[in-house]
Ligand binder design. Sequence first.
Ligand SMILES: *[C@@H]1O[C@H](CO)[C@@H](O)[C@H](O)[C@H]1NC(C)=O
Ligand SMILES: *[C@@H]1O[C@H](CO)[C@@H](O)[C@H](O)[C@H]1NC(C)=O
Ligand SMILES: *[C@@H]1O[C@H](CO)[C@@H](O)[C@H](O)[C@H]1NC(C)=O
Ligand SMILES: *[C@@H]1O[C@H](CO)[C@@H](O)[C@H](O)[C@H]1NC(C)=O
Ligand SMILES: *[C@@H]1O[C@H](CO)[C@@H](O)[C@H](O)[C@H]1NC(C)=O
Length: 483
Amino acid sequence: MRNKVTSFLVILLIVLVIFSEMSVLEARKHHGKKGKKHHKEHHHKKKKHPGEDPGNGSPPTPPPTNDPFPTTSTKNFNLLSFGAVGDGVSDDSEALLAAWEAACMVNGSTIEFPSESKFLIKPVTLKKCNHISLQIDGTILAPAKVWSGPTDVMYQWINLKWVQNFTIRGSGTVDGQGCEWWNLASSSHRHLDELDSMKKSNSRPEAIPTALRFFESYNVTVRDITIKNSPNCHLKFDKSGGVKVHDLTISAPEDSKNTDGIHLQNTQDVEIHHSDIACGDDCVSIQTGCSNVHIHDINCGPGHGISLGGLGKDGSVACVSNILVEKVSMTDTLYGARIKTWQGGLGAVKNVTFSNIQVSGVKVPVIIDQYYCDKHSCQNHTEAVAITGVTFDQITGTYTSQPLHLACSKSVPCSDVTLSDIDLTPSPGVLSGKIRQPFCWNSFGTSEGPLVPQGIDYCLKKGSSSLQKIAKSHDKNYCEQAS
Ligand SMILES: *[C@@H]1O[C@H](CO)[C@@H](O)[C@H](O)[C@H]1NC(C)=O
Ligand SMILES: *[C@@H]1O[C@H](CO)[C@@H](O)[C@H](O)[C@H]1NC(C)=O
Ligand SMILES: *[C@@H]1O[C@H](CO)[C@@H](O)[C@H](O)[C@H]1NC(C)=O
Ligand SMILES: *[C@@H]1O[C@H](CO)[C@@H](O)[C@H](O)[C@H]1NC(C)=O
Ligand SMILES: *[C@@H]1O[C@H](CO)[C@@H](O)[C@H](O)[C@H]1NC(C)=O
């Protein structure tokens, strides 16, 4: 039985290899026929001579017997068959839109971006498509020059909207070529949120685009690929659910401005794991409306760590719950496990666990900041996003400035906070004059297990039942009725 299965798999593999080689041939054939569309002309029709050396150094393939799966190839839509040139210079956006349209007619189809090719794609919206995959083995390039246009092209480069049962995978790269955008952001010495006012003065674009953004999409998987050098956030999910991200590589230089790795907003049921994220801002940023998020086995850094928030800006309501971040290694990040809220917000953050976080050279590994502010100073308010049920467990390693910083709201203190098994020591070589003591303000809960440095066991105040009531009422009034 096992033998049969094995030989079946071997045959399947051979068939797949032949198909992929034929698609390379097809690619060459269509090279230069830019602009023409070949909707019906798929590579399975052009059988190449069996045993022919494809000329790319791979060994000759044995002759195929009768094609056992005539339908599989009709599900593969090679971008090069749709008029894409793939030289990194010609604009292949039209080819992508044509391939998208054709592939969306076929349930279970795949759009292929073959390796060795570089597809220059202008800002595009790919929408309303179920049960298809993008197989990215080559490179997708954003325009290297800053662009301008209507809001949907300013907020994202590749906009995936209303897709379900959708997968992106492959060994390839999505390259946002964001260098010019970063220079723009840094030359302003201002925060991104202020770009709006710059636009009014016509000196700046209204926003800086995210590379890949999913909107109102469900059951989405993004795996294996590399996403790099985005102008802004690399991968964003907005109003989506059933998200799986794994074995991803995200990278941008440390001094790239505002480049989050993965950004979640109003998105539920998310698992992000086994990925390496290095960028200029948060490795993962969790914003309002997110719940049931599980992040594990991540290497993060450089960057700003894994953050909830900033929540509650301009008096807005923020609701975040059931977040589990575990088995994360942070290296040379600004923060480690972080929750930040603005003064004057409403709503609640509840049931958040950071566990088994290994830090190395992290400036402030554990932080709750309810006085988050992007300017020199912001006004204090009595309203606050309530924070309750937060656990920091097994946080170990080295820091360069302060081990722990819990600055909770004066009127709505943090409740039900747990600190357990914390072991943080200054990074070797950091001058003792640079090290700040742990800071704790209005944070209630319990500490357990060994806690290093000493002193953080006195950090949490006891007796928070009345506070939990306040938090519960925030949750009830602003979050439960909303969902
Ligand atoms: C597409 O195929 C999947 C299984 O491969 C199936 O579950 C789904 O119902 C199909 N969708 C349509 C619209 O036929
Ligand atoms: C998505 O896939 C699931 C499981 O295969 C299936 O039950 C569901 O109908 C699919 N939805 C769409 C919109 O294709
Ligand atoms: C998502 O997938 C699950 C099963 O994996 C399925 O039950 C559900 O219907 C899918 N949702 C959508 C919106 O396709
Ligand atoms: C808290 O969040 C975790 C992780 O998302 C989840 O497994 C657990 O059920 C949640 N607890 C409650 C009481 O909702
Ligand atoms: C806001 O309140 C905090 C905590 O009480 C205090 O340290 C800070 O100085 C206040 N900020 C302003 C602008 O009043």
